[in-house]
Design a protein around this ligand. Structure first.
Ligand code: ADE
Length: 232
């Protein structure tokens, strides 16, 4: 998987790339590349954003700047680029990132992530350059960088070699193996601590009963986890 991240703050990703499962994925043939639109701006003094038409607070990432940066990197019109590869803009208004979308993206050979800053993107970037708009939740971050890291983390850990034990990604929260439910609870030693005992079934060595117990806990968590909407 080759991921190009368009960001005004590439240095933020230094820590991220050094995390073990990300480093493992990179060692197994994945690649993360960073492109700073400021280095490709056609405007003076490294300008990349501007005030919103119609007024309002904050600054908006300019469409001409993203056009130049994408064109410089890929050598094609970004309007055509999105026909050939996933170009994903991170924005709170986008499609919610969930395990199904992560699986879909993990099957791609390459993708591009666009990080907005300040008030976000000029809408024409989303309309004409992005193939997808993705949100990591119903809250507003100060930019798309953390959202891009969340997406990369979730995708890269699905790839072979990223995790020490491939079973970790198979039967985990929201996976098909658990019918989309959250994962069951885990326990480790000591078997009793301050009077809190690990459920007997997990110490029984009875694999079928353990599997049935886990499935049931997972279902319970799924039923309890439906989030209330604001104002509901
Ligand atoms: N940029 C700002 N907030 C965001 C969010 N919630 N998801 C994705 N990108 C964002």
């Amino acid at each position: 998987m080759k991921i190009d991240v368009f960001t005004l703050f590439p240095e933020w990703f230094g820590w991220f790339s050094s995390q073990r499962h990300v480093a493992n994925a990179l060692a197994c043939g994945s690649a993360l590349e960073y492109v700073n639109p400021r280095e490709h701006t056609p405007l003076g003094a490294g300008q990349v954003d501007d005030t919103p038409f119609g007024g309002g607070a904050g600054m908006v990432l300019r469409v001409d700047v993203l056009d130049s940066a994408l064109r410089a990197h890929y050598g094609v019109d970004p309007v055509e680029l999105r026909e050939r590869r996933r170009v994903i803009a991170l924005a709170p208004s986008g499609r919610p990132l969930d395990d199904a979308l992560v699986d879909e993206l993990a099957a791609e050979a390459e993708m591009t992530l666009l990080c907005g800053r300040y008030e976000g993107f000029d809408e024409r970037i989303l309309e004409h350059f992005a193939s997808d708009v993705v949100s990591i939740g119903r809250y507003v971050l100060s930019g798309g960088e953390l959202a891009a890291m969340v997406l990369c983390d979730a995708v890269l850990r699905k790839l072979p070699g990223a995790l020490g034990d491939e079973r970790s990604a198979h039967e985990e929260s929201f996976s098909a193996a658990l019918d989309g439910d959250p994962e069951y609870p885990h326990y480790t030693r000591p078997a009793e601590y301050r009077g809190w005992r690990v459920p007997d079934v997990l110490l029984s060595g009875h694999h079928q009963r353990i599997a049935a117990w886990r499935r049931e806990r997972s279902r319970e968590r799924g039923a309890a986890a439906e989030p209330p909407r604001r104002g509901a």
